[in-house]
Write a protein that binds this ligand. Sequence first.
Ligand code: AMP
Ligand code: TRP
Length: 332
Amino acid sequence: MNRIFSGIQPSGNLHLGNYLGAIRNWVSLQESFESIYCLVDLHALTMPQDPDELRGNVREVTAGLIAAGIDPERCIIFCQSAVPAHSELAWLLGCLTPLGWLNRMTQFKDKAGDQRDSAGLGLYAYPVLMAADILLYKATHVPVGEDQKQHLELARGIAGAFNRHYGIDFFPLPEPQIFGAATRVMSLRDGRAKMSKSDRSDYSRINLTDDAETIALKIRKARTDPDPLPGTPEGLEGRPEAANLIGIYAALAETTQKAVCAKFEGAMFSSFKSELADLAVSVLGPLGAEMKRLVSEPAYIEGVLQRGSERAAEIARHNLSQVHTVMGLMRE
Ligand code: AMP
Ligand code: TRP
């Protein structure tokens, strides 16, 4: 049986990168897989958080997922901290994870920077918790953006280590599902940096809650180069900002970069940007409006999360109890 698991951090400012790189794919996957989507607030704690904001962000991101088309009846949508088995399995798997594997994780290196000694243990153990998220449900497929590929490799490594160590075919090795078009959306201010919710400049990203005017303004102000658009994707080499905008257009229009280049060959950015803005508003406008409507209905969102965590906990309890048996722990 195939089962999808994926997680998203509830850190506010859901943006176009999250939508094109993750959420939109989750929406289509729910058609063919049993799907579990998790608001990973424990992962969010690896960076400083304001408690009220964190709780608010869980609700906001949940609203975003539902507004984007994830059906809470068909899928399980829940919050990580509501199912304590995640933390417990993270400990158990941590005991089987060599430090050498964690030392290779580029996200830790990027986030800790030269502050390695003051970085928290949580930031370091982040990928082990992520492995626990996935393996707790024996998920077979994990849709993530490019940036999470290394963490997923680690999760496969840990699953393999467990199976080998106990001589049992227990955890399936989860397959990454990295999607083709625009899996990596770049900042509108710098074509070499990822679009990110933590970027200081709000002009670097299009938030899913931005209204039509804001979306159009941000696209108009997006950094470009002085040349007209090329007729083929090869002509985008060395032009990261142009490549990013074409990639965004292609992803939003659900077509290829090749087709977009052919359509806009020789056009100046000013006219391309105005078409891109119209397209972005037509896709994101309704989504943002629905998201705001749902945020104003906290009781509904709470209900979705409550039901989701009950369904998740049932699967988690069953699998964790088997892990206890395999590892020689006392069962309750
Ligand atoms: P995060 O916001 O880092 O919790 O990421 C949530 C999901 O969105 C993950 O699957 C990421 O890989 C994806 N994601 C985040 N930023 C981008 C981006 N700029 N481009 C594409 N995917 C992204
Ligand atoms: N680390 C992922 C990110 O930042 C979020 C995440 C946590 C996740 N647990 C997961 C993704 C399990 C997939 C599966 O995007």
